[in-house]
Ligand binder design. Structure first.
Ligand code: SF4
Length: 351
């Protein structure tokens, strides 16, 4: 049983992060924020896939000024991702964003920081401090012999946190991302012992869909299993909708959240006499989006299939160009391979 570390609950628009609330899935648009229609379209696709919070980059004033129009056309809470600029942060807040990602120590003068913090307070907007190993402060790098160690990352995060706390601002979330699992996990473990602000977890620059999925599953899997993490982002060099699919599967595989039907399938072997790979993919596609808390299994043969799918609510067990359909281990039908998927889906409807 995973015991989640208790954190402070923070409101982000209409959702909450931290405390006892479900772990929130988020992503970031890769469209040009200044292109409102493209960005809105991508956000809508992300929402449909199950994204619950979306971030956009705000590289200039034109992008900041587009935020209001984006916000008006979407349902998801919107996060503005800003580096260094108080002006962009202030404009983003004016445009109605729900959360700001900015590191206060990088904004500049105390006066600029104060202005941003006061505006965030007035609009009840939380700030996420996002420490990345690749962009650590120069003096910290020097202190840690040029290495962005987990300890150095935590020290950087604590600096930014103290700046906000000194201004009596505690509406904070924190992330500590490195591109390798060991440092990422170590940094989050350390920070989670020091503060109770909600943590946004992720492995950064994880790679393409294949590598990034493996990296994120291991890194996030370790952290979430230890009860660390209140919102997650899977970083992939791909369409961000892919990030949502992976994030949902990570949470569902750990039993933390349910998103519909779990499909298990055997790896096939010399005993398989039907096109099980094709069938498993068709089943996975057909059941995605069905909001039922069920387990279905697609098994290749009658030798191990019946026993290993005994716990499944519904199973296909392959034979020689035929398949058996079983409910909780009890065979209910024998169908030719051609009609197997159709019959299986009919059975599923009745559950
Ligand atoms: Fe092979 Fe049957 Fe096991 Fe599938 S269920 S891997 S076909 S023995």
């Amino acid at each position: 049983m995973i015991k989640r570390r208790m954190t402070k609950e923070i409101k982000v628009g209409k959702i909450s992060i931290g405390g006892n609330t479900p772990i929130v899935i988020q992503s970031m648009c890769n469209t040009d924020t200044r292109n409102v229609s493209k960005t809105v379209a991508q956000i809508k696709r992300l929402e449909k896939a199950g994204c619950e919070l979306v971030r956009v980059a705000v590289p200039d004033m034109k992008a900041a000024k587009a935020l209001g129009r984006i916000k008006k056309n979407i349902n998801l809470p919107l996060v503005a991702d800003i580096h260094f600029s108080a002006d962009l942060a202030l404009e983003s807040i004016r445009q109605g964003i729900d959360k700001l990602r900015i590191n206060p120590g990088n904004i500049g003068s105390e006066e600029k920081i104060r202005k941003v913090v006061e505006a965030a307070k007035r609009h009840k907007i939380p700030i996420r401090i996002g420490v990345n190993a690749g962009s650590l402060e120069k003096d910290l790098l020097a202190k840690y012999q040029g290495k962005a160690t987990a300890k150095a990352m935590v020290e950087s995060a604590m600096r930014h946190i103290r700046i906000l706390e000194k201004l009596n601002f505690r509406n904070i979330l924190v992330s500590l991302k490195a591109s390798d699992i060991e440092r990422t996990v170590e940094a989050y473990r350390m920070l989670s012992k020091k503060v109770n602000y909600p943590l946004h977890v992720g492995v950064t620059e994880a790679g393409t869909v294949f590598r990034g999925t493996v990296m994120s599953s291991i890194g996030l899997g370790i952290l979430l299993y230890e009860g660390i993490g209140d919102t997650l982002r899977v970083s992939l060099t791909a369409d961000p909708v892919e990030e949502i699919k992976v994030a949902k599967e990570i949470l569902q595989s750990l039993g933390i959240r349910k998103f519909g039907i779990t499909v298990t399938s055997c790896p096939t072997c010399g005993r398989t006499e039907i096109d099980l790979e094709g069938l498993a993919n068709q089943v996975e596609k057909a059941v995605s989006g069905i909001d039922k808390d069920l387990h279905v299994a697609v098994m290749g043969c009658v030798v191990n299939g019946p026993g290993e799918s005994r716990e499944a609510d519904l199973a296909i067990i392959g034979g020689k160009k035929v398949g058996l359909i079983a409910r909780k281990g009890i065979i209910v039908k024998k169908v030719s391979e051609k009609y197997l998927l159709k019959e299986f889906l009919n059975e599923l409807k009745s559950l």
